[in-house]
Design a protein around this ligand. Structure first.
Ligand code: G3P
Length: 217
């Protein structure tokens, strides 16, 4: 299972990389704006900065919503760095663009996926990753993890190689449940990954080991 962090914050990306278990980064226009990164040149430079920190795939999202625009933007993004994965919205032209990039050997991440049917189409188009947003489904009283299970079953049935990238992960239990279901990748805040470290019995046990060691020294 791959761990991606879902942020454009360079300090968080450095922290995640330092932990030694990071496989990549996902970003989107909202995450860029949150870091105050605006303007095309600054955004492109920021993608390169991220690639230079992390060993792994970095999803960079197109803004265009028409096929020609997505191709132009996506090619420019892919040319920035070999780690870039072109992120495309789950719309008709996004699917056409995913097929186009797959034929050219450029990796893609089809984003804003909220149904099994959308995930099936993305796989048919040859997307490298498909990003179902589980947290946003949970937010509207719909079963985000249930969608991951449905996609897993469909992809297994037909041997699709598209990787299920569970996105909009909000907390640590999302990661554990995604691992049980068989998602290929999760992307979420660093805090959701660091939550995996925590157990009070670990802290109590370590404190006792250290106390016992110190008794004899
Ligand atoms: O990057 C896409 C997705 O992970 C967004 O998550 O928390 O804004 O729903 P969130």
């Amino acid at each position: 299972m791959k761990f991606f962090v879902d942020t454009a914050n360079l300090d968080q990306i450095r922290d995640a990389q330092d932990l030694g278990v990071l496989d990549g980064v996902t970003t989107n226009p909202s995450l860029m704006a949150k870091e105050g990164i605006t303007g095309q040149n600054n955004i492109l430079k920021h993608y390169v900065d991220i690639c230079n920190i992390v060993d792994g795939d970095v999803s960079a999202e197109v803004i265009a919503t028409d096929f020609e625009g997505m191709v132009k933007e996506g090619e420019a993004l892919a040319n920035l760095h070999e780690q870039i994965v072109v992120k495309l919205p789950m719309i008709k032209d996004g699917i056409k663009a995913a097929k186009y990039f797959n034929d050219k050997g450029i990796r893609t991440n089809v984003t804003l996926v909220f149904s099994a049917g959308q995930a099936l189409l993305a796989a048919k188009a040859g997307a490298t990753y498909v990003s179902p947003f589980i947290g946003r489904l949970d937010d509207v009283s719909t079963d985000g993890l249930g969608l991951i299970a449905e996609i897993r079953q469909i992809y297994n049935n037909y041997g699709f190689e598209t990787q299920i990238l569970a996105a909009s992960v909000r907390h640590t239990m999302h990661i554990i449940d995604c691992a049980k279901i068989g998602a290929d990748v999760i992307t979420g805040p660093l805090s959701s990954i660091e939550g995996l470290l925590k157990h009070p019995l670990t802290d109590i046990g370590l404190a006792k080991f250290l106390a016992d060691f110190n008794k004899g020294n």
